[in-house]
Design a protein around this ligand. Structure first.
Ligand code: DX5
Ligand code: ZN
Length: 218
């Protein structure tokens, strides 16, 4: 499984060094959590911060928008340096148009589903996304417990993607650590977002290496 560290629980006073730490851990990309205080009960950062981080890192920027109206800032995130723009199917954005807009800007496009949303909510858009993110916590905060009961949903998405012969990647986000990553891989996840477990790890590189050994089922 690939690893996308979420910098949400890192030291925000030293973002450049934290990006270097992520790179040195051997991770495959960086997960940037954008929160608007409306869609989720928390605020983080937006395009100006990502724009300043862009020259500090050559890593792939996996941008997760937890926003009520992500469609209003797609150009701004693309210009700031996002490589993949991911927004929620529960947002108020026109879903298909927004996915097309992201692709027209030359970026990869993805959709996220919250725990209470069924897999079928993203079925109409499967041929328009490069990746799907299945939340394994309620979005808004790092450091929460992994919801193993999301695994059937992950399996359902994997089966539908395979049935249609698509190459959509599946990502999991929330509570991923040494113990939970194998459960997600077995259910069909390709990419693990790892936040607090990585920043609190005594050996981050060892954790990334361990997750890299996990084979995605499906
Ligand atoms: C939650 C965010 C996650 C989160 C991951 O709303 O989307 O990316 O910060 O953090 P951990 O790995 O600590 O659950
Ligand atoms: Zn996230």
């Amino acid at each position: 499984m690939l690893v996308s560290p979420s910098i949400l629980t890192c030291d925000f006073a030293h973002l450049e060094q934290e990006l270097q730490f992520v790179k040195q851990s051997g991770a495959d990309m960086v997960h940037l959590d954008v929160m608007d205080g409306v869609f989720v009960p928390n605020l983080s950062f937006g395009p100006p911060v990502i724009e300043r981080l862009r020259p500090c890192s050559d890593m792939f920027f996996d941008v997760h928008l937890m926003m009520e109206y992500p469609d209003r800032l797609i150009e701004a995130f693309a210009k700031a340096g996002a490589d993949l723009i991911n927004f929620h199917v529960e947002s108020k954005a026109p879903i298909a148009e927004t996915l097309d807009k992201i692709h027209a800007l030359g970026k990869k496009a993805a959709l996220t589903i919250k725990p209470k949303t069924p897999a079928s909510a993203v079925f109409p858009y499967l041929d328009k996304v490069d990746m799907l993110l299945v939340m394994t916590v309620e979005p808004g905060f790092g450091g929460q417990s992994f919801m193993a009961d999301m695994m059937p949903k992950l399996g359902e998405l994997r089966a539908e993607i395979n049935r249609r012969g698509l190459s959509v990647q599946l990502q999991v986000d929330g509570g991923i650590a040494s113990k939970t990553a194998p459960i997600a891989a077995a259910a069909g996840a390709d990419i693990a977002v790892v936040g607090s477990a990585l920043f609190n790890a005594s050996d981050a590189a060892a954790l990334v290496a361990e997750i890299h050994t996990l084979r995605t089922n499906g």
